[in-house]
Design a protein around this ligand. Structure first.
Ligand code: ADP
Length: 351
């Protein structure tokens, strides 16, 4: 039995459909990440689950029970937003205690739960500090302690690290992941940032145009995006149209030559129109002549990035592709690159 089940949720604003048939489950101890462009309806899904918004159709089940009629406070779900929403006139302790007082807990129990929650986020020494005196990262930790203190059955995090700089985001993201695992709290994490989603999720749900267009582990989704749109969303912009010349092995002819492709997303027939995606990490400078899987161009720019060089290559017809190469190649040099069949995705042109 799934802990949480969302079944066929639809929602529109001003006659504009925002969510169309959203269905997914969250299992025990699982962190599910809703990933998609801003404005796509991710927060609206969280608000519907929390009971702060009603869906036009569809249902929300908790342990097989329809909770649509249960008010937000009785659902015992924790919510945490990007803007922390801490109370500026209260100190750290009072901010964390707020939800507990609403539950009419005894003072002793409140004190105990606040101390426990602050210890979890490494903020015990800040108990009496004013929240306005804290840094962004510290405020974010207090907000997390406040969401955790009532021991929610489900934690929902809406772009919780969005206001922080990248280094802090990575550090707190790793801490958050450890905390969710340790506490065994099922969680739904919303973000538009793929790196953040990859680092935190057990399972990803990618939302596009009101629908969930792909689900899977971060590795599954990134290595096999289900459409050219998803490939672009994951930064795989090297795309070109072509036509199948043989189905097995799959060989596609394009304006840049012929390419064998080992990662077809479906079955293709000879003569079919397709879109090829060259993953940035799949190219190397050609040492030998190849009859296929080769492109020629001129280097526009080569920028060091971690242990590779992000290299922009100008090709025929004003195409510009970007590859991650092992060594730097000076601008304006002509190069020939071999593209490995394993790094080429092939999609039907109707996707
Ligand atoms: P995301 O979390 O993916 O950024 P949201 O769920 O916040 O997306 O909202 C998506 C869009 O839905 C918003 O850009 C807005 O146009 C619309 N929307 C959300 N809430 C309301 C509302 N209460 N009234 C009217 N439009 C809304």
């Amino acid at each position: 039995m799934a802990l949480l089940e969302i079944r066929d949720i639809t929602k529109s604003y001003q006659n504009h459909p925002l969510l169309e048939g959203i269905s997914f489950v969250v299992e025990k101890d699982e962190t599910v990440c809703l990933l998609g462009p801003s404005g796509g309806g991710k927060s609206t899904i969280l608000r519907i689950i929390a009971g702060l918004e009603t869906a036009e159709s569809g249902q929300v089940f908790w342990q097989d029970r329809d909770i649509s009629a249960i008010p937000p406070y009785a659902r015992q779900f924790g919510l945490m937003f990007q803007d922390y929403a801490l109370f500026p006139h209260m100190n750290v302790r009072e901010n964390v205690a707020f939800g507990l007082r609403m539950q009419k807990m005894t003072e002793n129990k409140i004190e105990e739960s606040v101390a426990e929650a602050l210890a979890l986020v490494n903020m015990s020494s800040f108990t009496n500090r004013r929240v306005t005196d804290l840094s962004g990262g510290e405020q974010q930790r207090v907000a997390l302690a406040r969401a955790l203190a009532p021991r929610p059955q489900l934690l929902m995090l809406d772009e919780p690290l969005g206001a922080l700089d990248r280094t802090l985001r990575e550090k707190l993201g790793a801490e958050l992941r450890g905390l969710l695992r340790k506490m065994k709290i099922p969680a739904i994490y919303v973000t538009h940032d793929q790196q953040e989603a990859f680092s935190i999720a057990d399972r990803l749900l990618v939302l596009h145009q009101g629908r969930i267009v792909q689900t899977g582990t971060p590795f599954e989704v990134y290595s096999r995006p289900a459409s050219p749109w998803l490939a672009t969303f994951f930064g795989m912009d090297n795309q070109i149209q072509g036509k199948v010349v043989s189905a097995d092995p799959l060989m596609v002819t394009t304006g840049f030559g012929d390419f064998e492709c080992a990662c077809p997303q479906g079955d293709f027939r000879k003569g079919e129109r397709v879109v090829l995606v060259f993953k940035p990490a799949g190219a190397e400078v050609s040492k030998n002549a190849h009859v296929h899987n080769e492109i020629e161009g001129q280097v526009a720019e080569s920028i060091f990035s971690a242990d590779r060089f992000k290299t922009q290559v100008l090709l025929k017809n004003d195409f510009c592709f970007e590859f991650l190469l092992e060594s730097e190649i000076k601008a304006n040099q002509n190069i020939r690159l071999f593209i490995s069949p394993e790094s080429i995705l092939c999609f039907g042109s109707n996707l």
